[in-house]
Write a protein that binds this ligand. Structure first.
Ligand code: GLA
Length: 440
């Protein structure tokens, strides 16, 4: 199994039939965007401050089957949500939600049923982003979109995967040649401007730039240049003839909490707190002219002036500076093939997210602690912002099944109600590294 093990031929065939039924055309004409989910082993919550992050994709994600329509109509159906989304590709899109630059709480506020009606927002947002950068499209698409079972709202960046899937389908149908780095910017426009979430560029960069088996390391400050490096693992691990790629698996342990990030005020509030810490540190060091981002504060300045920060802001800054260091050490550990060291750093990062960034919630913290006790686990942390979704872990491939059943049983003991809402077949998912988003 490798990064190309998803999507399977049967998934593609099933979707081909659905799209052909919708369009009335030939199933052979159906094209696909494969847009994987991402994990961020190290570098949590620092992308929005211009920090350096690490990421990779997994062999699960969003699949969008489509054909270009004969005219400007966009018609979409979803494997997860009810109803059809219809609009014209030449309709001018405006941000859906009022995104004032000062907002500390997201302006998008929706219940689950509203979310059902609103699932077309990402497609409209993709069109908004393309138009905002001067691309006026003529051809719509007829498409069916579906996420891997059991993983919607898992903190694996399904929203960026969806946004990228629509961008790539619209671009392909209109013969637009757009580079991955341009799509990073387009997806930023969907999330920051169209949906009002003040997140960084970690998610979409990981999805667009990753390469199977490598750790992607990105400097999120260079929004213009999109500087990144692919860190290859060594071929041999500890002198044995074992490839690092086959020696670990990635465990995903869903918590059962699913509230969308755009409907939770916590994320944008933390961004504001980090900026406030940066503003105070820059002011104390006579650099108030710089944009209040923690990446504009040199580590020596932080050390010299951190006593000026009140306790909660001091914790946010401590997370930022310690996490940057963990990313650098993690890159070395990955390049030298030490999953043990890499895993230790992931767990330390998880702890800092809980203690310093204060972004976990009880079920995710419990899952994190359970994963650390599971057999063969190198390291664990919660995925994404930490307000919902799943915990991830790197585990010795030989212990993956035992670790999965341990976690499933232990989580059921501490969170019986949430656990009962998770399909028991998918209570813990064992997956592998993936590749970047592509059209096939
Ligand atoms: C979410 C955001 C990202 C990033 C992570 C936390 O996934 O969309 O930009 O901040 O949380 O690392």
């Amino acid at each position: 199994m490798d990064g190309m093990s998803w999507p399977s031929q049967s998934e593609l065939d099933g979707m081909r039939e659905k799209v052909a039924q919708m369009s009335g055309g030939d199933a052979k004409e159906v094209r696909f965007v494969v847009s994987p989910y991402r994990i961020c082993p190290l570098g949590a919550h620092i992308d929005h401050q211009g920090g350096t992050v690490s990421a990779m994709t997994i062999n699960k994600g969003i699949l969008l089957g489509f054909v270009p329509s004969d005219d400007s109509q966009v018609v979409l159906s979803s494997g997860q949500f009810q109803g059809e989304v219809k609009f014209r590709i030449d309709e001018i899109q405006l941000p859906k939600f009022n995104n004032g630059s000062n907002n500390t709480i997201p302006v998008m506020n929706s219940s689950k049923s509203e979310e059902e009606c609103n699932w077309g927002s990402y497609a409209r947002g993709a069109l908004y982003a393309l138009q905002k950068r001067g691309n006026f499209l003529r051809k719509g698409i007829i498409g069916f979109i579906c996420g891997s079972d059991g993983l919607d709202s898992s903190g694996l960046s399904s929203s960026a995967a969806v946004g990228i899937a629509y961008l790539m389908a619209f671009e392909n149908a209109n013969n637009l040649v757009i580079s991955p780095t341009e799509n990073i910017e387009y997806d930023r426009l969907i999330e920051n401007e169209y949906l009002g979430l003040r997140n960084g560029i970690l998610d979409q960069s990981a999805i667009l730039l990753s390469s199977y088996g490598c750790l992607t390391c990105m400097n999120c400050k260079s929004v213009q240049t999109k500087e990144y490096q692919l860190i290859h693992p060594p071929n041999l691990l500890d002198g044995q003839k074992i490839s690092m790629k086959s020696s670990y698996k990635i465990l995903l342990a869903p918590s059962g909490l699913k509230q969308a990030l755009t409907t939770n005020p916590g994320y944008n509030r933390r961004v504001t707190e980090c900026q406030e810490a940066a503003r105070i540190l820059l002011q104390a060091s006579g650099k108030e002219g710089l944009e209040p981002l923690l990446s504009n504060v040199q580590p020596e300045i932080y050390e010299a002036y951190k006593s000026k920060l009140e306790p909660s802001l001091a914790k946010r800054a401590e997370h930022y500076f310690s996490e940057n260091k963990r990313v650098m050490k993690g890159v070395e550990a990955w390049a030298s093939g030490s999953l043990k060291d890499f895993g230790k750093l992931i767990s330390e990062s998880g702890l800092s997210s809980i203690k310093n960034y204060e972004s976990g919630c009880e079920p995710l913290i419990q899952l994190y602690e359970i994963l650390l006790r599971a057999p063969g686990v190198f390291g664990a942390r919660f995925s994404g912002a930490g307000f919902r979704g799943c915990c991830i872990a790197f585990v010795d491939a030989d212990c993956a099944l035992d670790a999965a059943s341990f976690v499933k049983n232990e989580y059921r003991k501490v969170q019986p109600k949430l656990a009962s809402q998770i399909d028991q077949e998918r209570a813990v998912i064992i997956c592998e590294a993936g590749d970047c988003a592509r059209v096939i």
